[in-house]
Write a protein that binds this ligand. Structure first.
Ligand code: SF4
Length: 627
């Protein structure tokens, strides 16, 4: 049993060298914890410090960091989220990818705030972490297993069903650039962290701990989490949708708004959505589930009782999956969607990037840019679920030259293929776009373009205020016109601060907390007095955004990377309520310029030294600033 320090932290970080099969433990840098809170913030500071510039993401020198957050393992509701942090093999830039699986909490119980993994094992290996000790175990017998098989085999081998397991599937082993990491049935989905694990010959991380996590101010903490449950969740109409339907209910709103990616983002409205929407899911739902300590419980388990895919049992689909593997591929059948979702999860593939690359390839086929000669005889048309079922497995195992190409992700695949195919590629910095089309919500375009890990919806979500038409700036509402660039940059900036700080704290994004509550929660958990003032919580978020931008600029990011796919500016939606709409390039440039100005970044997108001083990054950051 390990002794724990109060205040949400364990106080220990393990540095693990897979090449040498050795590890050592260092105290958590509490100066960094105070400035960057935890999770993605503290993980960013470790990555900046310990990853040399210019490292190939799939080389042994890349770092794989599993970092926990102060709220993980406390009684705070909806607070199990923890990140894997690395340099992405899909984008070549920063990656944090979060999961609600129980392994993060268990890692704290086992005595670590984080583990930092370097090197490459000579043979397939898994780590077993138990109450402060780390063992290197052979995974040769696990190599090739799907994720649920590997998880089960490890628990049986260790003789303990309570062990929590993070594992990759066959896709991670074969270095598919959008391979994910499974954590007890939830996924660290985006950016290819599973390929980084595979490149290190690391099949899994199994964790068991007998500790607990103390909060610094128990009485204040009790009061705040009671308010979170009562006011933010149970009496909040927004949360009601999540509780009743799960994230898939978002599709009603996006389909009506013309923002639902359909047939490789050719339009924003899917005429077959009712076949896979929240009602369709509820008809085949067999149970609801939740991450640890979450009263929302947004997960749906579904079972397909009849038809071509009878017998499929899977968790999901979440909204993003239903869109990218559903509407974006022209699939309006819940059985086919369930099968694709199941295969992606079991083989270890990010469903968003998978749907993106498949949508791109299908459009190329329909336009005659590729033919059966390229696809290996496949009739790759939108709605052809059998072709997609075949391709998901083929990509995970890199079974054919065509599948091997797609396994590289849309950006690399189009660059290799040529034939003007990049014209139809929908990604930012190599990360395929999620399920909110910027032609229906212009600020989402800015949000994707400047997001730290590439095209992503979990850095800010301005489509909410854009469609509702109002945004609260402090105590004052500012008017927003949906189809206009005015007042959009400030929304993205402010939301980015909230998202960065709440992910550092470990609180799920799928609810409705305000900054005051999150700040007070940070104060009560950590005991850091400054978080009694919400401005310091928002400043911590701003500090994290700037810290990660320093990392990305060091790795070669410039304003030239903060751009959108040509389709968003040049191809009008072909149907639905946004028919004829594009996001005009001049609107986008205006928003981006304002964004840099508000941030205090120069015209090349670099934080100035004055900005870094203003947001109070630690002195050690400046040695990484070469501009
Ligand atoms: S809202 Fe859903 S994803 Fe978030 S913590 Fe709760 S159950 Fe998990």
């Amino acid at each position: 049993m390990v002794n724990f320090m109060p205040g949400g932290y364990v106080g220990r970080v393990a540095f693990i060298d897979l090449s040498k099969k050795k590890y050592h433990v260092e105290p958590l840098n509490m100066n960094w914890a105070r400035l960057y809170i935890g999770g993605k913030g503290v993980g960013a500071r470790y990555l900046l410090e310990y990853l040399p510039p210019g490292v190939d993401p799939l080389s042994p020198d890349n770092l794989l960091i599993v970092m926990t957050c102060p709220a993980n393992g406390t009684m705070a509701p909806a607070s199990p989220k923890y990140p894997v942090i690395t340099k992405s093999p899909l984008t070549g830039f920063w990656l944090d990818t979060h999961s609600g699986g129980a392994t993060g909490v268990e890692l704290k119980y086992a005595g670590f705030d984080g583990i930092i993994i370097n090197g490459k094992a000579d043979k397939p290996t898994y780590l077993y972490i138990e109450d402060g000790k780390i063992e290197f175990r052979s995974a040769e017998h696990l190599w090739g297993m799907r994720v649920s098989e590997a998880r089960k085999a490890i628990k049986e081998e260790l003789g303990d069903p309570q062990v929590k397991v993070m594992t990759i599937g066959p896709a991670g082993e074969r270095l598919v650039r959008f391979a994910n990491i499974d954590s007890e049935g939830r996924q660290h989905g985006r950016g290819g962290a599973g390929a980084v694990m595979g490149s290190k010959n690391l099949k899994a991380i199994a964790v068991r701990g007998s500790g607990t996590v103390e909060v610094a101010l128990p009485k204040e903490f009790e009061k705040i989490i009671e308010e979170m449950r009562e006011k933010d969740i149970f009496k909040n109409p927004e949360a009601e949708f999540g509780i009743k339907w799960g994230s898939i209910s978002l599709g009603w709103f996006t389909n009506e708004a013309g923002a639902l990616p359909t047939r490789n983002f050719q339009t924003g409205h899917f005429e077959l959505w009712s076949g896979i929407d929240a009602i369709a899911v509820s008809k085949v739902r067999v149970k609801r589930a939740a991450c640890r300590q979450c009263p929302i419980g947004c997960h749906n388990w579904i079972y397909i009782p009849s038809g071509k895919y009878a017998g499929t049992l899977t968790e999901g689909p979440e909204y993003e999956t239903a869109s990218l593997l559903g509407s974006n591929l022209g699939i309006g059948d819940i059985g086919a969607l369930a099968k694709l979702n199941y295969l992606a999860d079991e083989l270890g593939l990010d469903t968003i990037s998978l749907g993106g690359v498949l949508g791109w390839a299908t459009e190329l086929y329909e336009r005659g840019i590729i033919s059966k000669e390229d696809t290996g005889g496949l009739e790759l048309r939108f709605g052809n679920d059998e072709a997609y079922v075949y391709l998901v497995e083929a990509i995970a195992y890199r079974k054919s030259p065509f599948a091997d190409l797609l396994a590289e992700g849309t950006k690399r695949a189009c660059e290799k293929l040529g034939r003007d195919s990049c014209r139809y590629a929908v990604h930012v910095k190599g990360l395929e776009l999620p399920a909110y089309d910027p032609r229906a919500a212009p600020a989402m375009g800015l949000s994707y373009a400047v997001a730290d890990r590439g095209g992503d919806h979990l850095r800010s979500w301005p489509i909410g205020p854009e469609v509702l038409g109002r945004y609260w700036l402090g105590a004052k509402p500012i008017p927003i016109e949906r189809f206009s660039p005015e007042n959009k940059a400030i929304i993205v900036v402010q939301q980015e601060h909230q998202y960065a700080a709440k992910f550092a704290l470990g609180v799920c994004d799928f609810c409705c907390w305000d900054n005051e509550r999150l700040s007070l929660l940070t104060w009560a958990v950590t005991g850091f007095e400054e978080f009694k003032d919400v401005r310091n919580f928002e400043l911590a978020g701003e500090r994290i955004v700037n810290l990660i931008r320093v990392f990305n600029v060091r790795e070669g990011m410039t304003s030239d990377h903060d751009v959108l796919p040509p389709r968003i500016h040049e191809d009008p939606h072909v149907s639905g309520p946004t028919k004829g709409r594009v996001l005009p390039r001049e609107w986008f440039e205006k928003m981006k310029k304002e964004y840099y100005q508000i941030r205090g970044w120069d015209e090349r997108g670099r934080p100035t030294k004055e900005t870094l001083k203003r947001v109070n990054v630690d002195e050690g950051v400046f040695k990484h600033v070469g501009w």
